[in-house]
Design a protein around this ligand. Structure first.
Ligand code: ZN
Ligand code: FE
Length: 257
């Protein structure tokens, strides 16, 4: 499977994914019509489907125009979001198997940022929407910290460290500042800051990252590590009886960081 990253709006990412064996394409999060349409025109492919990670306007802003152009498009999203995503016609549940041409994928339901957030996993590619960002995670608009913590755990369980993570926003550098605040002694975070800064100076994207990289630098995936637990307890005055408590304290602190 081939993935093309399309920057949209101010800091959103849409992705064009292509099953090269069949020449079919899909869009993950049609954030805006024109940039995605233009990128698609450069490929010799047939657009078949749209995969929505969640209902927020900054991720589905181009959906109506793609559907107006081709009403036969399959529009995938979580079943309970049918009333919030106009044009949704393939209702998903967690663990559903999906197909693009000859490539098979899987849906992971990850409530937290929104109740109907889903991630899409094809081969070595995971599309995370606003659930995981580079060195961060989404705000909890429609879920509790415990629910989001559970969603993240469920998402990455059994997933290879080499899996590429394609996220919905270019927030990596801001998130890394928070990661450094949480874990100043983590040299992997410092390395990632340097690498990400160099990418952004060249106007390149920090997406995709790898799961391995996130596990080493993303504080929201590190709530069980002794150093994070210790730092949060000492500096945020939290009794970290459980990783969920640490996660909740981190999420709350990040909201006002
Ligand atoms: Zn969102
Ligand atoms: Fe968003």
């Amino acid at each position: 499977m081939k993935v093309i990253t399309v920057p949209c709006n101010f800091d959103n990412y849409a992705y064009i994914i292509i099953c090269e064996k069949s020449g079919t394409a899909a869009i993950v999060d049609p954030a805006e019509y024109y940039p995605v349409y233009t990128a698609l025109q450069k490929q010799d492919v047939q657009l078949k489907a749209i995969f929505c990670t969640h209902h927020h306007t900054d991720h589905i802003g181009g959906l109506e125009e793609f559907l107006a152009e081709d009403p036969s498009l399959q529009v995938y999203g979580f079943k309970d979001d049918a009333s919030r995503i106009a044009g949704l016609n393939v209702m998903l549940e967690g663990n559903d198997v999906i197909r693009l041409g000859q490539t098979e994928g899987r849906v992971i339901h990850t409530p937290g940022h929104t109740s109907g957030s889903v991630c899409y996993h094809f081969d070595n590619h995971l599309f995370t929407g606003d659930t995981i960002f580079g060195a961060g995670c989404g705000r909890l608009f429609e879920g509790s910290p415990a629910q989001m913590h559970g969603s993240l755990a469920n998402l990455i369980t059994g997933m290879a460290g080499s899996t590429h993570l394609y996220f919905g926003h270019e927030y990596t550098l801001q998130n890394l500042k928070f990661a450094q605040f949480v874990e100043p002694e983590n040299s992997r975070i410092q390395k990632r800051v340097e690498h990400s800064t160099a990418l952004r100076e060249k106007n390149e994207f920090t997406t995709p990252s790898t799961l391995e990289e996130e596990l080493e630098t993303n504080p929201f995936l590190r709530c069980s590590t002794p150093q994070v637990k210790k730092n949060v307890e000492e500096r945020l005055y939290v009794d970290g009886q459980s990783p969920q408590t640490i996660f909740a304290a981190l999420r709350e602190q990040k909201d006002s960081f």
